[in-house]
Design a protein around this ligand. Structure first.
Ligand SMILES: [Ca+2]
Ligand SMILES: [Ca+2]
Ligand SMILES: [Ca+2]
Ligand SMILES: [Ca+2]
Length: 525
């Protein structure tokens, strides 16, 4: 059985060119103990092409492709172009693949200088036994059929998986549509992560709107069950947008915002740019169309990262939180570019992260440009491809993402340490721009060295009660804000211009901290 998954596989492309290869697989099929597979693909046409790498693995789809055990060698198998009898129609046969597990394959090309392209689409191979039967048809248990007021974000859940051969549950395909016959879908995602619960991607579902959902299960041989019976539901009225600009009326920016610096308030330019602010006012973001294929920014919102239940690979610190938008493109499958402005400094060392249901959290650097203004990035996104989380070339791109501080990881301090408690208490929000600078300073200059980490650890141990105390006293808050300003200033210089004396900075931190402790003691007495 052969199938093209055409799945987007994020991979940092280190090289100046990217090659797309479409691979197909065909027989001969299995021998007695193990399978032989021949792959064929469209040849790469770069003049300095030197060969291909064939990557494989067994079990689950997606990287890392670190398979072993094939007679030709461990993954990746390097095949110089001279190997092929007909380089215009390359074919390659592998011997000794597993005949009980699914094998997945991707290809890359390399040139005469050793540069490697990105991956091709993924293909798979499995030898299906004649006795295999499809899994039993499931049914959706939440939401219930004809239910209204369904809260968003929504997790759809099904009954448990069962299979007449007792096979394992390999994958589920989830479809949501505005039509009862599913002629056009707003979501069509096959996931081996969301098997009996599906977290509908952000921005897919509109407020107070009727939808239809269905699901089918796949066993380990990629044999599909029948579709579940369709469930009709209506979302709650969760989005008040009386002026119809696609931004929650409570989260609109005022007329002073002019991210694109053309002298016209962005609020008067909805055809070009749309802006939103976090509900506490600490962060605002503007999204501007940057290619002719970007037809309309339909909707934009700031979202709480905690509403995404999948935390695997999630960056520890999303400097401006997360935001999501819905972009309509001219034609299904179009590639579009947009420019995103932030209400605070961003740095080249930052990393733009995205989340989608198929790939989870991933580094989006390959399609992100940090602009010279230090306040904006340009993103390239493709309907049904990279940067689109609805899994479909349907003319709409839905896209949650955020800026992660590029500093060192500090997960060894325990989970959820993202705030600078004292600064947060003084400035009112962890996303406030002064607090952001301090968080970055911590990540860049304190976390990478041992003394810095010790200080941060002590700080996180002793500062929460202090922060509580500060937050409750307005005069203290003002005083702390003023006393933090020199530190913020030095942090800014360090981040912007480069490392100054770290020891001196840490001394300032420590002396301010000690000063606060003493002050609090005296204040209490
Ligand atoms: Ca089966
Ligand atoms: Ca509005
Ligand atoms: Ca403007
Ligand atoms: Ca799409």
């Amino acid at each position: 059985m052969f199938k093209n998954l055409s799945k987007y596989l994020p991979k940092t492309c280190l090289w100046t060119f990217t090659l797309i290869i479409t691979a197909i697989i065909f027989g001969p099929k299995s021998l007695v103990y193990s399978a032989n597979v021949t792959m064929a693909w469209s040849a790469n046409t770069e003049p300095n092409l030197a060969g291909y790498y064939i990557y494989y693995k067994n079990g689950t789809s997606g990287p890392p492709y670190n398979g072993t055990g094939v007679d030709e060698g461990d993954s990746p198998i390097k095949v110089p172009v001279g190997y092929f009898a007909d380089p215009a129609n390359p074919e390659y046969t592998m011997h000794g693949l597993s005949d009980t597990e699914i094998s997945f394959f991707v290809l890359s090309a390399y040139d005469t200088e050793g540069n490697e392209s990105g991956f091709s689409n993924e293909v798979y191979y499995i030898d299906v036994p004649a006795s295999n039967l499809p899994p039993d048809t499931t049914n959706i248990v939440y939401p219930e059929n004809y239910s209204g007021d369904v809260e968003v974000p929504l997790d759809i859940t099904t009954a448990a998986f069962s299979d007449p051969n007792n096979d394992d549950h390999f994958q589920s395909q989830w479809q949501i549509s505005e039509q009862s016959n599913f002629s056009k879908r707003v979501v069509d995602i096959a996931s081996d992560n969301y098997l009996t619960t599906f977290s509908v991607p952000h921005m897919v579902l509109k407020s107070n709107h009727k939808y239809y959902v269905r699901v089918r299960f796949f066993d380990i041989y990629f044999t599909a069950s029948n579709w579940s019976s369709t469930v009709e539901f209506t979302t709650a009225y969760f989005f008040v947008d009386l002026n119809g600009n696609g931004i929650s009326d409570a989260d609109e920016v005022d007329d002073s915002v002019d991210f694109n610096l053309d002298g016209i308030p962005d609020n008067y330019q909805p055809q070009i740019i749309k802006c939103v602010k976090a509900s506490d006012g600490s962060v605002s973001i503007g999204i501007e169309k940057a290619s002719s294929t970007a037809e309309e920014i339909e909707s934009l919102e700031v979202i709480d990262p905690d509403t995404i239940s999948d935390t695997f690979n999630r960056p520890a610190d999303l400097i401006f939180g997360l935001f999501a938008y819905r972009l309509r493109v001219t034609n299904p499958g179009d590639t579009a570019t947009i420019r995103i402005y932030f209400s605070g400094d961003i740095f080249e060392s930052d990393v733009f992260y995205k989340y989608d249901t198929i790939n989870g959290w991933y580094d989006y650097s390959e399609h992100t440009t940090f602009n010279d203004d230090g306040q904006s990035i340009t993103l390239e996104v493709k309907d049904g491809g990279y940067g689109d989380s609805d899994g479909l070339a349907n003319g709409v791109i839905v896209d949650p993402g955020g800026i992660a501080s590029g500093g060192d990881s500090y997960s060894n301090l325990g989970s959820n340490i993202v705030g600078c408690f004292i600064a947060t208490a003084a400035f009112g929000s962890k996303f406030e721009k002064h607090v952001q600078l301090l968080r970055r300073f911590r990540d860049f200059y304190l976390m990478p060295n041992r003394i810095g980490r010790m200080f941060v650890k002590a700080y996180y141990k002793y500062s929460p009660p202090m922060a509580d105390f500060i937050a409750k006293h307005d005069s203290m808050r003002a005083m702390v804000r003023i006393s933090l300003l020199p530190i913020v200033g030095v942090s800014w210089i360090a981040l912007k211009i480069g490392p100054v004396s770290i020891v001196a900075l840490m001394l300032i931190f420590i002396s301010c901290f000690v000063g606060l402790v003493c002050f609090r003691r005296r204040y209490k007495e």
